[in-house]
Ligand binder design. Sequence first.
Ligand code: CP
Ligand code: NVA
Length: 330
Amino acid sequence: MGVNIRGRSFLTLLDYSPKEIRYLLDLSAEFKRMKMAGMEHKWLTDKQVVLLFEKTSTRTRCSFEVAARDLGMGVTFLDPGSSQMGKKESLADTAKVLGRMYDGIEYRGYKQSVVEDLARYSGVPVWNGLTDDFHPTQMLADILTIQEEFGDVKGRKLTFFGDARNNVANSLMVVCAKLGMHYCACGPRELMPKEELIEKCRAVAAETGAVLEFTDDPAQGAKDCDVLYTDIWVSMGEPAELWEKRIKLLLPYQINKELIAKAKPEAIFMHCLPAFHDRLTTMGEQIYQQYGLEAMEVTDDVFLGKQGRQFDEAENRMHTIKAVMYATLK
Ligand code: CP
Ligand code: NVA
């Protein structure tokens, strides 16, 4: 039977079967081919979407806007500074209003329960553009990038180094479990994923043949690794006071030349971005002044080196988000 996800929300990949995920990846690759070939695909000209951002964004916002326009849709962007959302009007009331005007809603914010409530109350597909717990649209772009490199992803070892219980790491564990990959969470014990999520992923892995590994040893994480992945050490919404503690905890998990040399020779480096790999940001310079670090989660030579795939990954956000909107709205 064919896959049909029309009318569904996209809140976490836990809700999607491996077959549905593969369908979205195939559709993404098809949209990418069309875009590259300059083939117009304004297939949803009668649709309108709204993008709600309670946290900042470059890639996710731009991907949704460009993808929506490529599909011929109208797009409205709202942030807390320019709407009543959250301050004078509850999310539930906002969702009920928006669901009467728009065909789909993107939400980036804090609690996962908010994006779930939006889906419940709006009556239209809601797409999770990042919450404290999950970042599912990022996952499709990541897997598409790995497929472009290696072909079939099954059995490939992806190690996440760092804050292994953040939204990106949680989502990587889920998608790797769904697609039968070898996922390794490599970080300090106190930053490992919640047991409840691990149990859910173990149940998925039992069906798909995925391997789940947890280690606090960076060398073990890099061993036989195909994809070395990292993310910022303090995520949006976490207090700035955490930086000092996180730097101490996570410096051993920095992806640098020495660590990458322990992986497979053909291994690639990935990062959802934004990344602290130099001093060319206000934060990067501040951290240098305070702690003397030129880079944090990844060194500049690795970031700019031949293994880096982070910009392909960033471009793939747009193709994959287009696939999600199209498949759920068509
Ligand atoms: N990777 C990612 O979601 O980037 P933005 O925060 O810029 O959207
Ligand atoms: N873990 C990061 C991801 C940014 C795309 C954050 O939530 O800030």
